[in-house]
Ligand binder design. Sequence first.
Ligand SMILES: *Cc1c(COP(=O)(O)O)cnc(C)c1O
Length: 364
Amino acid sequence: MKVPFLDLSLQHCALRQAALAALAATYDANRFCLGRDVEDFERAFAANLGYPAVLGMNSGTSPLHVACLLASFGPGDEVITSPFTFISSAWGISYVRATPVFADIEEGGFNLDPDRLAAAITPRTRGIVVVHLFGQPARMDEILAVARRHGLFVIEDCAQAVGARYWDTPVGLLGDAGTFSFYPTKNLGACGEAGAFVARDPALLTRARYVRVHGSDRRYQHNIIGGNFRMDGFQGALLNVKLPHLAAWTARRQAIAARYREEIRLSDTRLPVPEAHGASVFHQFTLLHPRRDQLREHLARLEVGTDLIYPRPLHLQPCYAPLGHGPGSFPRAERAAETCLSLPIFPELTDAQVEHVIRSVNAF
Ligand SMILES: *Cc1c(COP(=O)(O)O)cnc(C)c1O
């Protein structure tokens, strides 16, 4: 039985008629940059997931950039983030010419370790980019305690955690700014590039709204330095078609994860552990195994697709070589990169496919 790592065509086939009708309406109304479809999406996303307001943007990288601009990070400032994440988590810091400082992940998890975070603070530290990796909310109480002690601006990278809550609070509202990605492979995926920005503080949200459109509150008046971070109208229209399905898709991801957790029996394997502070929305189901490459080959022979997310931590990426880190700088992130293996977990997987994945892993 074939189990692809991810197959977007199933979801897009099922929604084809509704999606194409929505796109046609947007086309006919010429609503291409922001406009009513994006506004409808912003309102629905906010109401659905518990945000005071949401700003649609043109990727998940853009709101990270915007958040770093609004935090006024700049040259000489240090901003701490995880070395085990997608590269974008660090891009905003680099775009404003601040310095990304890495702090290792927790033992037994994939998120920033609050103790390592505290140890990475220097007099130059200005902020933190926390990532809720794979959909699992990070230890925000401990992280925010460190941030408060040092007056730091906290950005939550929620690209993989749409719909997740930390206790009762939707992710993105715990720190100063929260960012989302609707890249097609994310839990809520557009059919192109899209993302979003959230914040608790209405004044910050207003400034983000201006930055999104060239620093403008009206045409040809530019009060602050901004850019073009607008969400595309077609993406807003598609996201409006998809958003009503998000809760069911998340529940399905969680049900598949529960089966993996209960039924995978393979010695020396570390499976994701449920956290009392907030359930994962399982953007990925990632296990650690000391013979990861052999396990991956074994699964490939049984037609089970897998992926390595992420095979190289940020501090060992060529672009960050000037920071001077080497192997051994962040041993937990490096061990995760060397032993991680992500299993198929998209909502359209059938029970038979889930069973095949479990049986195949257990047969290793
Ligand atoms: C996908 C992702 C981003 C960037 O989103 P894009 O829409 O691809 O720009 C940022 N951070 C994390 C953790 C991501 O997974």
